[in-house]
Write a new protein. Structure first.
Length: 455
């Protein structure tokens, strides 16, 4: 694929916004603090081209400038303070907007599966620059020879989690198609005591295994070799029938607590992914393994946070087991381990995690800001994995004024064990997509178990 970059702009808020340094919460400063990519592809209708004075790029830039007024933190910059800690400088320096032209057509992209060949469709971040020089949002409009377009965005995870990033994206689209802002972001990070010193420890002590180093392969003292192994990406589809079969199997194969609610789609499918990965990797029975799970704490706090809370309110929790138990016991066992991890997340658990992090001398070891192949930062590949859910997020139907997207998905993700569950492309047909990255030597075996083990 050949992509020609035509122009690059800095887009600033259209009106004056609040300025000054803003403390970030502890949840903002751990995990992935680099940019997270997503992309939307569109086919433009013939009627759209009847407006010669209308240019896609100018409308996108204008609406982006307007949406940055209520979402002004995204126009700022991060700054290191000390001891691996960050703050947000709301200085209205703006975001980056790139215009590009591709020699390919949308048909050349096939099923739009994430590929390293598609990296030209995303704006590039120069991580060799000081962090205070990096925009928090970079967007790229790419025009294809068939008349289709793509809009890609990479948004700093230190400022916005998945729900927050989607809130911004959907409001940008609303303004671009001529509507008004629907939901104002809730920007007060004090709900997580951002910037406050440690307080008296909570009365109940919680064990936060998510802050521990994940298990290593038996016989290894570090994960440096696993980090270097070549990976590949696949998008695997489960039909509504297959999803319902997995849920039925999980719920009928393992005893839940009396009157306990049934295992969800996520718990059932993620349990199946976890078991399949153990089998594909050829784990020994005594091999410890863990799966990382993202849990949105907004509705779990007391009182609940506004749905429009803008920042990081999703927590990574960990379910663990021995591979032998996962492979020999029914699917419901794996789902039960995942359920236990998710149900730990309540108001007290979240606040105890904040206290734990506030009492750490340095946050660097909890941060992921390194590239594939690096020997630094957290690593959740073999024998572990992470399964992020977008199943309940409004990822589809983002209309910038020319109709619904033909595809929406994540950018390239090259980390072993990195996976994402999305609703099927039709949105409401009950199907699911698993976007998965594994080592090349494990992928074929994973596909075999993933489909053949559905009873």
């Amino acid at each position: 694929m050949t992509v020609t970059y035509e122009a690059c702009y800095t887009v600033k808020p259209m009106e004056p916004t609040k300025c000054g340094r803003v403390p970030l919460s502890e949840w903002d400063q751990i995990g992935t603090i680099t940019h997270v990519p997503t992309i939307y592809f569109y086919r433009l209708s013939q009627n759209f081209h009847l407006f010669p004075n209308y240019t896609i790029a100018s409308n996108l830039k204008d609406s982006l400038s307007r949406v940055l007024v209520p979402f002004y933190p995204l126009a700022g910059r991060l700054r290191w303070i000390s001891n691996g800690r960050l703050e947000l400088d709301c200085n209205a320096m703006g975001v980056q907007f790139v215009e590009a032209q591709s020699s390919s057509s949308l048909e050349d992209l096939g099923d739009f599966s994430p590929s390293s060949e598609h990296h030209y469709l995303f704006p590039r971040v120069d991580y060799t620059l000081p962090i205070h020089e990096l925009p928090l949002v970079l967007a790229q409009l790419t025009k294809f020879k068939c008349g289709g377009i793509s809009i890609s965005m990479i948004i700093s995870h230190a400022v916005a989690d998945g729900p927050s990033a989607l809130h911004f994206t959907r409001e940008w689209a609303r303004l671009a198609r001529g509507e008004t802002l629907q939901k104002v972001p809730f920007l007060d990070r004090k709900v997580f005591r951002a910037g406050e010193p440690p307080s008296v420890p909570l009365t109940k002590c919680h064990v936060h295994t998510e802050f521990d180093h994940p298990p290593l392969l038996l016989g290894q003292t570090n994960n440096s070799e696993e980090r270097k192994k070549k990976t590949t990406v696949a998008i695997l589809k489960l039909s509504k029938f297959q999803v319902e079969t997995l849920r039925k199997t999980a719920n009928e194969s393992w005893n839940r607590p009396r009157n306990g609610r049934a295992y969800t789609r996520y718990e059932s499918v993620t349990g199946h992914v976890w078991r399949s990965a153990c089998k594909a990797r050829g784990h020994k029975e005594e091999q410890p393994t863990a799966v990382g799970i993202c849990v949105d704490s907004r509705s779990r706090m007391e009182p609940p946070l506004p749905k429009e809370y803008f920042g990081n309110a999703t927590l990574d929790v960990v379910a663990s087991s021995l591979a032998g138990d996962l492979m020999s016991k029914p699917l419901g066992y794996a789902s039960s381990r995942i359920r236990e991890a998710i149900e730990r997340v309540n108001d007290e658990y979240v606040r105890s995690g904040v206290e734990f992090l506030k009492n750490q001398e340095d946050l660097s070891r909890f941060q992921d800001l390194y590239a594939v192949g690096s020997e630094k930062g957290p690593f959740y590949g073999n024998p572990n994995l992470g399964v992020v859910s977008w199943l309940t997020l409004p990822i589809y139907g983002v209309d910038f004024g020319w109709g619904k997207e033909v595809y929406m998905g994540p950018g390239t993700h090259d980390f072993d064990g990195d996976s994402l569950l999305l609703p099927g492309p039709d949105g409401d047909d009950g199907s699911l997509l698993l976007a998965l990255c594994l080592q090349v030597v494990h992928m074929d075996a994973f596909k075999k178990h993933f489909y053949e083990d559905i009873e």
